[in-house]
Design a protein around this ligand. Structure first.
Ligand code: DMJ
Length: 591
């Protein structure tokens, strides 16, 4: 700056008068304090003070987004799996890949760009938002199976999808796990940038779901206007509120967008602080005050993936998010303690739900993801020997029952819902509602010095194709669901026991035999009836999960190592990552 005496006269006098005015203002205490305050706010803002981060967190944004202060988006290199598919010789894996191609080609030839194929009529249907959900759900499976030509051929279609151009409501949970998860996984595997761009577009467009008084996400979002809508119930389903953290946190890591992290961590905080009588989470919650709204505890419908996302957030963050691990371990123990039962005659181990304290003895196909989760937890977490053993027993006994529920049906496919027989009344003082509770039998067995060759519930009685069984079937349909084969895969990977693969092979053969159609594969109405009666539907998760887990079960090489990748609840593997120093400071992640 020029010294004032070098300035022309008029400039010099106005500069001197400005200086005089400034000195006059600075001499007034009020003005001095205001100036000091403004300077402090500027400094605090530059340092990313948590109070200001909090304010940013509370800024709702139908499609408006807070841009990151720096622009790390799209520069982080994706974590490539280190394998080549050239030497995959397993005939079983090849058979699954052929089945996948049959389903995929049927979809692309007859239903391309629509959501799902109708595998009997060869028609197409938009049962989500018309964003080609089958194509996106199938992308990472294409990559993993080495079908890279098909993968690259699909990219231009994905590139031109606009997640904002329709006046429809997207179901938040399904869109996050299938579409956002599918895009992120395909990006993580392939490094194709446009997939991340689309994921970021979608992530932003879905954010208004969190615009509720509590911050728990609403059922659906209109991605064009940011309006939100409740589902069939004004209450929130617990699984739907707690199954978005993996996707949004990975997206926050890739893009540097703080809002992604804060929205989903707020849900974690609510659940972490909830006062729960048994360390189990009720299936329904109030949107307004984020308080439990039912006394039903389950690991099946309305609950399943929420338990999954506790352990998996911990694993995805390179085992750094301790709160998530603590929540998983507390609830896994509570599930084993309160929801695991034995069937009365064959002592099959199963998991059920309770309502106001009474077990229903219902056993859902959806619950068959749990053996895999428990096996993964026992494999990856530091547990005491007694806890590890208990979790492994629970995983193995339950996985066997899931398998037997297939093996005992005429089709070799498992029903969607069974009701197990009640345990006969005992003459003890014990509340008969809880007779047959597994943990009581295990404790008694340990106290007796562990007689016999296996703990209760792990004897694996042979499958009874005919004759009396200790359950009845409530919903006999098989909807091409993945949960049982997902668990068989994780049991195989964590134990190395070939039996799990053989059981998976039986299931795959039944799928081939009973569900294959000229265009793809179809759900069936009754697992106990041959010839089968089929439904004209092929859900996208059949390509995302069922066939992917079967393929991974039969490939010898561990294509997706469990210490480097974590599967979201739709079977989409996301790469393990570490929060950087900048992210920890900016997002407020505990160090
Ligand atoms: C899948 O879409 C997901 O696994 C979800 O978490 C619940 N189950 C369906 C398939 O059964």
């Amino acid at each position: 700056m020029l010294p004032t005496h070098r300035l022309p006269q008029h400039a010099r006098s106005s500069s001197q008068s400005l200086t005089r005015q400034f000195k006059h203002l600075a001499s007034r205490p009020l003005i001095r304090w205001v100036a000091l305050g403004l300077i402090s706010i500027a400094v605090v803002w530059l340092l990313g003070h948590p109070l200001l981060l909090e304010r940013e967190k509370l800024t709702f944004g139908p499609p408006r987004m807070v841009e990151p202060m720096i622009q790390p988006a799209y520069v982080r290199p994706p974590a490539q799996p280190s394998y080549s598919n050239s030497n995959l010789s397993s005939p079983r894996a090849e058979a699954v890949r052929e089945a996948f191609l049959h389903a995929y080609n049927g979809y692309t030839e007859h239903a391309a760009t629509y959501d799902e194929l109708k595998p009997i009529s060869g028609e197409k249907v938009n049962n989500f938002n018309g964003w080609a959900v089958t194509l996106i759900d199938a992308l990472d499976t294409l990559w993993i199976m080495g079908l890279h030509d098909q993968f690259h051929a699909a990219v231009p279609t994905i590139a031109q999808i606009s997640f904002l151009d329709q006046n429809k409501f997207a179901p938040f949970f399904e869109t996050v796990i299938r579409v956002l998860g599918g895009l992120l996984s395909a990006y993580g595997l392939s490094g194709e940038s446009v997939l991340l761009t689309r994921a970021d577009d979608l992530g932003k467009a879905l954010l208004p779901a969190f615009k509720t008084p509590s911050g728990l996400p609403m059922y659906s979002v209109n991605t064009a206007t940011g309006a939100t809508k409740a589902g069939w119930s004004p209450l929130l389903l617990w699984s739907e509120t707690m199954s978005c953290q993996m996707e949004y946190k990975y997206l926050a890591h890739l893009t540097g967008r703080v809002e992604y992290y804060h929205r989903v961590e707020r849900v974690m905080d609510i659940m972490h602080q909830a006062k729960l009588p048994y360390n189990l989470f009720p299936t329904m919650w109030n949107m307004g005050d984020a308080k439990p709204a039912s006394q039903k505890y389950s690991v099946g419908a309305y609950a399943d993936s929420a338990y999954e996302y506790m352990l998996k957030q911990y694993l995805l963050s390179a085992q750094s998010e301790k709160k998530a691990k603590e929540m998983y371990l507390n609830s896994a123990d509570a599930i084993i303690e309160n929801l695991f039962y034995l069937s009365p005659t064959r002592n099959l181990l199963y998991v059920t739900d309770t309502d106001r304290g009474t077990p229903s003895r219902t056993f859902e196909h959806l619950s068959c993801f749990l053996p895999g989760l428990l096996a993964l937890g026992a494999h990856t977490l530091e547990l005491s020997p007694a806890d590890r053993e208990l979790h492994q027993w629970a995983a193995q006994g339950l996985a066997y029952t899931c398998y037997v529920s297939y093996a005992e049906q005429a089709t070799g496919l498992g029903p969607d819902e069974m009701v197990m027989d009640a345990w006969p009344p005992t003459d003890s003082n014990e509340d008969s509602r809880f007779a047959g509770r597994w943990i009581d039998h295990v404790r008694a067995w340990i106290k007796d010095g562990r007689p016999g060759d296996a703990p209760p519930g792990l004897h694996e009685p042979p499958a009874a194709k005919t004759g009396p069984r200790d359950y009845r079937i409530r919903n006999p349909s098989y909807m091409l669901r993945p949960e049982t084969v997902e668990s068989l895969y994780l049991l195989w990977r964590t134990t190395g026991d070939e039996q799990w693969r053989d059981r998976g092979w039986e299931i795959f053969q039944a799928i081939e035999h009973h569900t294959r159609t000229i265009y793809g594969f179809a759900s069936i109405r009754d697992v106990g009836r041959v010839p089968t009666v089929r439904k004209d539907e092929m859900p996208s998760y059949f390509l995302a999960e069922t066939l992917k887990y079967l393929y991974l079960l039969f490939v010898d090489e561990e294509l997706i190592p469990l210490d480097k990748w974590v599967f979201n609840t739709e079977g989409h593997p996301l790469p393990v990552f570490e929060w950087t120093k900048w992210e920890k400071a900016r997002y407020g992640i505990p160090l």
